[in-house]
Design a protein around this ligand. Sequence first.
Ligand code: SF4
Length: 355
Amino acid sequence: MLVINNNTELDIEKMSQVLMKWYDVNARILPWRNKSKNSPYHIWISEIMLQQTTVKAVIPKFKSFIKRWPDIKKLSLASIDEILHEWQGLGYYTRAHNIFRSALIISKNYNGRLPKNIDSLKELPGIGDYTAGAVASIAFSIPVLPVDVNIERVLARINGLFKNEKNFKSKVNNVAKLFYESKRPGDLTQAFMDFGAIICKPNNPLCEICPLSKFCLSFRKKIVGKVPGKKYLKSRKKRYGVVFFVINNKNQILFRKRKNSKILRGMMELPMTPLSKHKWNLNSLDQYYPIKCEWEDNNIFVKAPISGFQLEIKILFSRMGIQENGEWVALDNIGSYAIPSIFKKIINKVLKELP
Ligand code: SF4
């Protein structure tokens, strides 16, 4: 099929053939690609893990997750605390909550098997257009090419499309819809994924050995380094908080369980103020102190980006005798709890910087 796009002609069928031929030789060996009766479950978990995490970081976490819960029915019997604990190191814990909720729904409504159509997949928590398309094409051979940032980059470069041009997203999606592979739709999706990771990389794409270079408008126009470019990114909004770090003479740290929060719900955290748009006045903290004690201000701060915000956390410190009330966790036992990485960072910083 010849298609006029961006004032040039694309031979979609020929391009698909070349890409599939490349994939048949160069496909990455990944644990979720092993064929088994639980393949749809494996594809789903891997796609959720890959949403904000690199393949390299996902591989060991995926293996231990699947070893612990080999199918959706077993996963649906797990507690959210167990899933959060297993999720440690991947970040963006909302994904773990979504997997937990989805497993319950799939177990109850679909007898422990993922639904096979895109609309039903999209009704599950945490599954949007891309993940539904990826699971549908790879696990159920539905002919659709989902578009994530990597596939978007490849299609944009081939078509010479810039991110800051009008209707960029819909132009890329329209090109994606033209790739209709009826026999091996999942392989076409994975071919694009692997091609974007190995050849048409974000930086320094390997154009000189690229099998698609003869179709690539950016290559012909010598503008590869500029395509797709960047959209204007807003700077992150700042949020400020104060953490109360209490350690007792048994080397235990005072924690609390995070409740009623969209972010990091159900995990353990150090006691702290709510996040504020303004820096906290240290004279206005009375209602937030977790216990009555003397607080030291050693000018310790931790800064970190989290969920679209740039956090600046000030740490107040107290050392005290044994205290009965509260959730005390021994320093050498912290690894057994699901604790967000921001609090691990705070603990490391305090232990390193305190006199
Ligand atoms: S020629 Fe370069 S920019 Fe074009 S598809 Fe190949 S690797 Fe990507």
